[in-house]
Design a protein around this ligand. Structure first.
Ligand code: ADP
Length: 327
């Protein structure tokens, strides 16, 4: 019979997202409940390479579930892209006797975990921690709900002032090359136009539509743009509109990193807790080298080898809803 895993490590890697702390807490407390030793690895893969690894107790994760960011810190680690860096990381894990890893991060972090778990005998479990929601194999990612609600709150406030002055605002939201934050925040704030990387935007068509609305005397206050738009985001769009419609009162607002911070929503705390709990269960049941998602409210396990090949896609239904409602 195979020896059961008794020592595990947990880390947060890549871009931070609200709810990562709740996930760490769940991993630590579930591991300890099952008699494991749990080690926190600081600053993502950098902590593995540098040996910045510390034992965590149940109490180490007290009073963090409501906090944004990640108490283990996170980073982007150049050394982990190299074979030598990963070998050093492996040796450091072995020094502590760590036999399994839980990695909370985005698709880049999963790629690192996939490569590492194929090279070494340390099983890895991924938890999707990203505000971008760009990972296929899960309906939700840890942090998306909080980020999108932060964007909605900000956009609602901007609409008040936009409406008072009959101004047009172009609001840029985060999401890297994914349009989910733009889509959800745009739909829920009644934006007149939502521009996302998944659907090619013709700036000419957009300007024609703005001019047509102007003729109809329809007030347009809000265009929500995803940062990954290929024409260059809100600033570039503003230049085009200013050129074609110089009389238009126009402001640009880039929401930026406020979308990453803040106390996680109840929803993010709950999914992070569920996923963290199941990460430890996976290691116990030898369901190795998967990432844990939630699909139709059930846990869903995608092999890391598959996860790195797929991207979350925005369905035609979503695009149709935007077309009908945001006119
Ligand atoms: P995210 O996880 O938020 O998508 P990144 O794409 O920056 O963030 O990835 C986080 C870290 O994962 C990188 O800094 C690197 O250490 C590791 N990583 C990403 N891709 C690879 C890869 N192809 N090989 C090894 N490590 C990788």
């Amino acid at each position: 019979m195979k020896k059961k895993i008794t020592k595990i490590g947990v880390l947060t890697s890549g871009g931070d997202s609200p709810g990562m702390n709740a996930a760490i807490r769940a991993v630590v407390r579930t591991g300890i409940y099952h008699g494991m030793e749990v080690y926190g690895i600081n600053r993502g893969y950098s902590g593995m390479v540098d040996g910045d690894i510390h034992r965590l107790e149940g109490r180490s994760v007290a009073n963090i579930i409501q906090r944004g960011g990640t108490f283990l810190k996170t980073s982007r680690c150049a050394e982990f892209f190299t074979k030598e860096g990963r070998k050093t990381a492996y040796d450091n894990l072995k020094k502590h006797g760590i036999e399994g890893l839980v990695i909370i991060g985005g698709d880049g972090s999963f790629r690192g975990a996939q490569i590492f778990s194929n090279e070494y005998d340390i099983p890895c479990i991924g938890l999707p921690g990203t505000i971008d929601k760009d990972i296929a194999g899960t309906d939700f990612t840890i942090g998306f709900d909080t980020a999108v609600n932060t964007a909605v709150e900000a956009i609602d406030k901007i609409r008040d002032t936009a409406d008072a002055h009959d101004r047009l605002f172009i609001i840029e939201v985060m999401g890297r090359d994914a349009g989910y934050i733009a889509l959800h925040s745009g739909i829920s704030t009644g934006a007149e136009h939502i521009l996302i990387p998944e659907k090619k935007t013709s700036v000419e068509d957009l300007i024609a539509s703005l001019k047509e609305k102007e003729r109809r005397k329809k007030l347009v206050n809000m265009i929500v743009v995803a940062e990954g738009e290929d024409f260059g985001g809100a600033d570039e769009l503003a230049k085009h509109i200013k050129k074609e419609m110089p009389h238009q009162e126009l402001r640009v607002c880039i929401l930026g990193h406020i979308q990453r911070g803040g106390s996680p929503s109840c929803f993010d705390r709950v999914i992070a807790s569920r996923m963290g709990y199941h990460a430890v269960e996976c290691l116990m049941e030898e369901r190795f080298n998967v990432f844990i998602g939630i699909v139709n409210n059930k846990m869903h396990y995608t092999p890391l080898d598959e996860a790195v090949k797929k991207k979350q896609r925005i369905s035609e239904e979503w695009l149709k809803i935007v077309k009908i409602l945001a006119t």
